[in-house]
Ligand binder design. Sequence first.
Ligand code: FE2
Ligand code: FE2
Length: 477
Amino acid sequence: MKTDVLGAAARRGIFLSPDALDYIMSNPDPVAFTNTAIASLSSDKMFISRSDIEDCLAGDTPIFTSPGTDVPRNKRQTDIEVLNGSDVTGNSTCEGDITDFTSYFRSRYDILSRIVSRRRDFGMSISIAKAMNLDRDVRVIGMVYDVNITKNGHIILTLEDAESNCKVFISKDSPLAGETFVSDEVIGIAGKPNGRRDLLIANEIFRPDVPRMNRWEASDSVSSVAFLSDVHVGSYTFLEDRWKRMVSWLKENAYKTDLNYIVFPGDVVDGIGIFPGQEEELRINDIYEQYEKLAEYLKDIPDHIKMVVHPGNHDAVRLAEPQPALGTMFTKTFDSNIMMVGNPVTLKIEDRVIQTYHGKSIDDWIAGVQKLTYDDPMGVMREMLRRRHLAPIYGQRTALAPEKKDYLAMETLPDLFVSGHIHGAGAGEYNGVKIINASTWQSQTEYQKMHNFNPEPAIMPVVHLGTGEINMRSFMD
Ligand SMILES: [Fe+2]
Ligand SMILES: [Fe+2]
């Protein structure tokens, strides 16, 4: 058994001191204990003593467990950070002139073309200008400038790279004819120029996408993260009683189930002047008071939980995306365990990459792509993942700020992708990436009634960071 324990430690590049080994061996399940304890170590020390292990375990829980009871509690330094370069807060450079747009789209092209060219099945690409002068099969990467359907039902794309553009022909009889293209997405094409060299006949399309072999790899993390989207504090339709029921559940269960993080993916308050006639629907019609009320609600959430808040389209920051974090004039009454970040943002929680985005562009996707509907937000999120972009369609309902860098490109492949905005609730998976639409804490609004939309409120998705298991916990009944 001792060798099993030493082996488990060695596989993680760790050497145990004799007192650490004795300590571990006094546990009824030394190997499981080792795995949990080592995963919880916050330092990157190579040589571990008994006191290092004691430090990483909760002082108030029994360290000695009997088989079949709880595993040792994890006091892993709760570990949450914003992935470098994923948050626009403090980094906004745009003033909205034409050069900003040029560098914004250049950045999008650079990020997404790099992802396409890294695809193992894609091979070497060349510039469009070069490709169109050759009489052989070629591969190019470009941004879709324009999509046209001819009167005979063929698709003609205008594809641009940094230097030039070309027309890409997709026959209505080709297996590619069912593909949907959106403007300003970046794609790779394998094809051959026609005899006149004015059309590239496409044989295959390569999107940035998520590799098909991608999987959620289990880890030793025992923590869970929950998502509470679209709280809409300040509205008459905010479901205070359901919210309180959820908070009592957290008080009762969060600590013992290691629910250590909560992320709020935007629309945390209802805001002011967001749509005509909103004042009729507001219980609190002062924006500062809405955030103060939210701060009060959040104080009831158990203190050990680290929280992250980013804005949505109802919040008090610029509407154009990426949105920076809420300003301190709104958040000064919030507790210090609440991190304010921009929208979208990529978080790293105990080594899991979590892309969170409020989801305003879902409106554009549904308006622009026939097969997508409000009933299936997961379908929209899959399309985002295929294109590795949250809001490729420029100039529709979602205003984009032309930052030097395209923060809406999904540069780092997430383990988990979360959005809100449409007040639906659902969980799914696409090529190993877990997808969640994170419900709302607001019942049906007048606007939704008019549009015949039924929200799915008061559901808290909880994701286990080790196993990836998702639990959609409803507080409706
Ligand atoms: Fe909302
Ligand atoms: Fe929203």
